[in-house]
Design a protein around this ligand. Structure first.
Ligand code: ADP
Ligand code: ADP
Length: 227
């Protein structure tokens, strides 16, 4: 599903990703941990083309992201992203936030998009909020809308960039529960997080980055947390 081959990333002279070799298969739930500034977010953002790579090869869903002929919109549609700061449309209702992408990009009609959106809002525990605007919601609720919006695009994988880092502690559990549900449904997920409980209980693989490099990559999550 996602393949990095000898990938390097520079921001100007700054070497942000060093010799990244990584293959993520369909259905894996990968958590990425490591000190701040170690390149976690950069790695994530290369996967859906928000950042380009400087060297090497990156294949996502059978497409080489360096190939100028590929449709980057298609890649962004196939690989959803959930951000720390939600990025909801402030002037649209919850329902419209979730239906907009499917209507504009997937060309769904209103009824179909709304049915899917209502099912997803129920799944994330926000069935009663469809007419609310983002400003009326808590951070945890906003993040659950963002997750529903991402799922509505029927992605093949979802990237999460510190999805709970901006939340008050009491909101974090609800968001992690939703992420766990999605993982159990077989979604391919790559999650940058400081939530070690999630990494341990939901993730089936853990990657530790430091200084732009992958220092550890373990599918024995229980063992990883022993030392
Ligand atoms: P930040 O500076 O962004 O807060 P941390 O240095 O706290 O990042 O590291 C993030 C997570 O990675 C922490 O929860 C920590 O437990 C884990 N971690 C840090 N160093 C190691 C290490 N050497 N081996 C395994 N896990 C580590
Ligand atoms: P992490 O997610 O582990 O905190 P990042 O991937 O956000 O790390 O950043 C890795 C390094 O790259 C940091 O030193 C950061 O300052 C630098 N960096 C990130 N984005 C940019 C950018 N757009 N331009 C220049 N440097 C950047």
């Amino acid at each position: 599903m996602i393949e990095f081959h000898d990938v390097e990333k520079y921001y100007g002279k700054f070497h942000a990703l060093k010799d990244i070799n990584l293959t993520i298969d369909r259905g894996e739930v990968v958590t990425i941990i490591g000190p701040s500034g170690s390149g976690k977010s950069t790695l994530l953002r290369t996967i859906n083309g928000l950042e380009s790579i400087s060297q090497g090869q990156l294949i996502v869903n059978n497409m080489d992201l360096a190939d100028k002929k590929i449709d980057m919109n298609r890649t962004r549609r196939d690989v959803g992203m959930v951000f720390q700061h939600f990025n909801l449309y402030a002037n649209k209702t919850v329902l419209d936030n979730v239906t907009l992408g499917p209507r504009l990009v997937l060309k769904q009609d209103k009824a179909e998009a709304e049915k899917t959106a209502r099912d997803l809002l129920a799944m994330v525990g926000l069935a009663d909020k469809e007419k609310s605007f983002p400003s009326m919601l808590s951070g945890g609720q906003k993040q659950r809308v963002a997750i529903a919006r991402s799922l509505a695009m029927k992605p093949k994988a979802i990237l999460f960039d510190e999805p709970t880092s901006a939340l008050d502690p009491e909101m974090i559990g609800d968001v992690l529960q939703v992420m766990k549900k999605i993982a159990e449904q077989g979604m391919t997920m790559v999650v940058v997080t400081h939530e070690m409980g999630f990494a341990r209980q939901v993730g089936n693989r853990i990657i530790f980055m430091a200084d732009g490099k992958i220092l550890e990559d373990s599918t024995d999550v229980a063992d990883f947390f022993k030392n």
